[in-house]
Write a protein that binds this ligand. Structure first.
Ligand SMILES: Cc1ncc(COP(=O)(O)O)c(C=O)c1O
Length: 402
């Protein structure tokens, strides 16, 4: 059949529902929770006319779900990364191992602490390649930041073994994979610190928001101070002069009660959301898996992944570019993740020419098209997506193969 990009009829004419996971299941629960905060006129977490303590309740429920001792809510995932790194003592002169495939915020947070991100290559799981860790370690390395990309866990067994062998701290960036697990254990419960984001593209959302998880009580106290002017609150939530001897310089990265209320309701929907997204993602994968020329992302733990995005590896960058444009013309919004580039290409990171140190990231990202998954897509949506991808890849693959 003629491709839409060549003037043929597109597979899909009406738009697919947008792919924002948590926001697409907003309902009466979120409305009621927010309304209560408004009616009680108490949007600040620590005090007000009639506080709901929505943020505190969300933290407690989140800690329980992620099977950690402590959870601290913040204003964003970026704030959580910066505060998490600071709590581990990361400072100028230090190096932190960061994967070449991640969002800008992961290495930026390292730089904002005055330290240097050192980029670790990825493998066909699209997460960091544990085999590259040793090559990138130096005597200045103090920590590593595994990033669980788009719902799929890193190999936390290999990563924790490496960290323990060299006495390194581990800060897990779980921003894109809230609720996913590795070998039955929730992500964000392996390292010293886990970091989550509740920005609108994430599994659950209040538009913005972040969380730090930890099992270490001293780290929990430190991140609580760092996110709230360096003090710990006294009775009644007032911020007085902290004379405990523990006061440090901090900032304000607190979460407000409106966000906490929405997120408390969203957290109760997390597991059904993951189940729905896993169903949709695996149905799409099974429709395209056998198309000649297509390879799928390697899943390190298929039972633990959250179905956030489908990755289609193609044999070359030129084919990926053609497939990306042609599938879009069929009405299915595939993209190359981060425009097909490793994170160190962002100019503000001033990473210099490090592409040759991460050849797999350069190669894999350029020739992979991806589709962000919505939990509300139905069988017709999945059929259209599968048909659009297989129609386009088959067309170009024949051209390549003949
Ligand atoms: C891997 C990763 N880390 C950190 C962040 C930062 O989170 P936020 O946008 O909440 O600041 C994001 C957000 O997109 C992310 O994808």
């Amino acid at each position: 059949m003629r491709l839409a990009i060549n003037g043929g009829p597109p597979v899909r004419t009406d738009p697919l529902a947008p792919d924002y996971p948590g926001a697409s299941v907003y309902g009466d629960e979120e409305k009621a929770a927010v309304l209560e905060v408004l009616e009680r006129r108490s949007p600040f977490r620590f005090y007000g006319p009639d506080p709901c303590h929505a943020v505190a309740a969300f933290e407690a429920a989140f800690a329980e779900r992620m099977r950690v001792r402590h959870a601290l809510a913040l204003s964003s995932g970026t704030a959580a990364l910066v505060v998490g790194l600071q709590s581990l003592g990361v400072s100028p002169g230090d190096e932190v191992l960061v994967p070449a495939n991640t969002f800008l915020a992961s290495p930026a947070a390292v730089l904002l602490c005055g330290a240097t991100p050192v980029y670790v290559d990825i493998d066909d799981s699209f997460n960091l390649d544990p085999a590259d860790l040793e090559r990138k370690r130096s005597d200045r390395t103090v920590a590593l930041m595994p990033v669980h990309i788009e719902g799929s866990p890193c190999d936390m067994d290999a990563i924790m073994r490496f960290a323990e062998r060299h006495g390194l701290r581990v800060i897990e960036d779980v921003a894109q994979s809230c609720g996913a697990s590795f070998r039955g254990r929730p992500l964000g419960s392996f390292g010293d610190i886990g970091v989550f984001s509740f920005q609108i593209n994430k599994m659950i959302t209040a538009g913005e928001g972040g969380m730090i998880t930890t099992n270490a009580t001293d780290l929990h106290e430190r991140v609580a101070r760092l996110h709230d002017q360096g003090n710990l609150r006294g009775a009644g939530g007032a911020m007085g002069f902290d004379t405990t001897g523990g006061a440090i310089l901090g900032q304000n990265y607190r979460m407000n009660e409106l966000s906490g209320a929405v997120l408390g309701a969203q957290l109760r929907k997390l597991d059904p959301l993951i189940a729905a997204m896993r169903r949709v993602a695996s149905a799409i994968r099974s429709r395209v898996a056998d198309v000649p020329g297509v390879r799928l992302r390697r899943q390190l733990d298929p039972d633990g992944e959250a179905g956030r995005r489908v990755f289609i590896l193609l044999p070359s960058t030129s084919l990926a570019l053609e497939v990306e444009r042609a599938v879009q013309a069929e009405g299915v919004p595939v993209v190359r993740l981060y425009e097909g580039k490793p994170v160190f290409e962002h100019p503000q990171l001033r990473a210099g020419d490090v592409g040759s140190t991460c050849p797999q990231a350069v190669d894999l990202l350029a020739r992979t098209v991806t589709l962000s998954v919505s939990p509300v897509w139905d069988d017709r949506d999945v059929d259209d997506i599968g048909q659009a991808i297989s129609k386009v890849v088959t067309y170009y693959w024949k051209g390549v193969a003949t």
